[in-house]
Write a protein that binds this ligand. Sequence first.
Ligand code: 26Q
Length: 828
Amino acid sequence: EIPPIAHPTPEDAFGVAANIQYHAHYSPHFSPSKFEPEQAFFSTAESVRDTLIQRWNETYAHFHKVDPKQTYYISMEYLQGRALSNAIGNLGLTDAYAAALYKLGHDLETIVEQEKDPALGNGGLGRLASCFLDSMATLNLPAWGYGLRYKYGLFKQKITAKGQEEYAEDWLEKFSPWEIVRHDVVYPIRFFGEVLVESDGKRKWVGGEQLQALAYDIPIPGYKTKNTISLRIWEARSPPQDFDLYAFNAGKHINAADLQFKAQQICAVLYPGDETEEGKLLRLKQQYLLCSASLQDILARFKERRSKDKPFLWAEFSKKVSVQMNDTHPTLAIPELMRLLMDEEGLGWDEAWTITSSTVAYTNHTVLPEALEKWSQAVMAKLLPRHFEIIAEIDKQFHALVGKIRPDLEDKLSSLSILDSSNPDKPVVRMANLCVISSHTVNGVAELHSDILKKELFADFNSLWPTKFQNKTNGVTPRRWLRFCSPELSTIITKWLRTDEWVTNLDLLTGLRQFADDKQLQTEWAAAKTANKQRFAKYLQDVTGIEVDSNSLFDIQIKRIHEYKRQLLNILSVIYRYKKIKELSKGEQMKAVPRTVMLGGKAFATYAQAKRIVKLVNDVGQVVNNDRDVSHLLKVIFIPNYNVTVAELAIPASELSQHISTAGMEASGTSNMKFALNGSLIIGTLDGANVEIREEIGKNNFFLFGARAEDVPILRKQREEGKFVPDPRFEEVKDFIRSGKFGDYDYGPLLESLEGNTGYGRGDYFLVGQDFPSYLEAQSKVDEAYRNQAHWIKMSILSTAGSGKFSSDRTILQYAQEIWKIQACPVP
Ligand code: 26Q
């Protein structure tokens, strides 16, 4: 062992500048004669990385010494966003870095913008995982994140005359200064092959293809703490050449480069699916690679810690290890842990099952039945023969258990079982049922969602194991989503609360309530919002060429494009607004509230209906923005390539945000929390976390509309029976689109989806027509409220003041206490 040499964290601008210069000279990635923004970014990031590595080594050395119970968060997705400003913010070195870069002839803002936004996730679920890592580090929890190192993240979206086009996003094009390759952390991974039964009855998985998983670590600094944890992402590679290559290829000569290429294909791309994506073999390979590598790593660490002076006891495993599965995507962690314990460590079934089922926990993020993950039994049995055996045995034992303790549930077994062979053409494995049966805890992500899990989706499981089901309402990190993305508002909050403790104790924001009527605070608040609006307006002008009036109401809906999220409802009401403005007299126009409606989000490339929505928004924008009678009162902008970086600009600038999903369909939503935290009022349905946000910030500060979740099935049925009478305004808007006003693109299929149960559509499954009138009424109330600016600002302050509950620190503390049973382990 080489003793570490102290690498003092540079504390002032001189130290920082020297450190940046050091990297520019001695770890150059470009010609050393240049020090342009891009070079400056890499040198700056490397300088920050020095400090992070130092802290990170100290953190894990400390964890090793204390040997506390640890949590492993396993997720197929992380949406980290840019790291530089977050890291220096957490280190408390923002001013020092700004001054140092200034000395070196640059400004921090430009340097920060050089960084690519790594999009190793699709949307809410991936961003949640990243907020959780931030909170785990900040709360000093002994924890790791595990994920995959996709070469290509979520596609880049470009908008052309045809609508959305997708382009590859190569976040590693140059290299990432944040990842550290760990050549000492490599595990074997097997696919295909067969299961041999040895003379003693032991089963062994042999043959097939062998690969390796190689670890890369990304440091995750906590805010104002030394603790720095790790996001460990795996890359697939072919084993080195001395391996038994030629034997397992049965004489077929495949050259090493081909094998390497094949292995690298596994982690080449993130699956851009959202909610519903057909099971593909490559996706299953990705899932298994993540689970197998992570569990081998977890077991190795458990054994390493135990073997010091105390011998390890498998019975203690679940007192030292907790595994959280982010949705069903890492379900294979269950049979993989069983396999490792039985086949590699020699434990018996019962012992392995006790350990596994007291170690893993499952978070559900969707109730849409079509979105529940299912894998073909044939595909699973071929790729992972040993795991398929184990899954079948878990299912068998579950059936036996029900027969023994709940015979009344036996007729429900066909829906509760893991293996579903009801369709003889396509027997499947139900991943959610495997998770529920094997986990000690199952949680939903908002109160309403968890209730639906207990009462509907998993009702019978809940009657079998009532204590298994919990709620953990989502949260967002206040560092990235307020402190760093809106320094203007943060300064005001700190000034009025006389402390910046709110950054780690977000409930303190309630202290703003007493000042909500204060004219001075209102003036400062409005000024900060205006500055944020101007900053975003400038960005929009740069990327779309459209000029935006910073005095208009900024109305934003940003999220993945999905029918259940109802961007269509939004744009239909915009069309109605456009039509009505055109009908106004000049005098009446004077009284109208100018609005800029902004929508952004990516549509899954093969989701035709979602892509039509993107096209419609853009077409409406073309007409409205170029109509001189209207464009001073209404602009419609499609924000291209929505990602974390864009969100950090848009959310602080927002005054109204839309969270308008069909009730019961959005598990939680997390951008709703970010908007509320930034003082943006919400127009929304009683869905997901909206319900709790409205409770916290007060009914009067929330523009509510739409059907309730419990009424949705009844309304759908009435519709099917032809009992729905559409509002004339709804018909008027559809006719207006049909008239060709927005171009000659074929909007037929989109409009038909809003019609009854005949024809192309699906009988307006998402209840756009049903909710249209109440939505328009809520929008009128928004206009009315905006006319009284003092009152609007007061509501905005109350929105921020009531957002304390939605810190991911609160969420993670609940996971730590109620699911993981882990405690803080701060580095001294
Ligand atoms: C599944 C199989 C194959 C390929 C892809 C997928 C896949 C990928 C991503 C399925 C689902 C997702 C993402 C789901 C997601 O983001 N869900 C959201 O999770 C948020 C965090 O809990 C919630 O706030 C949102 O309500 C929920 O929609």
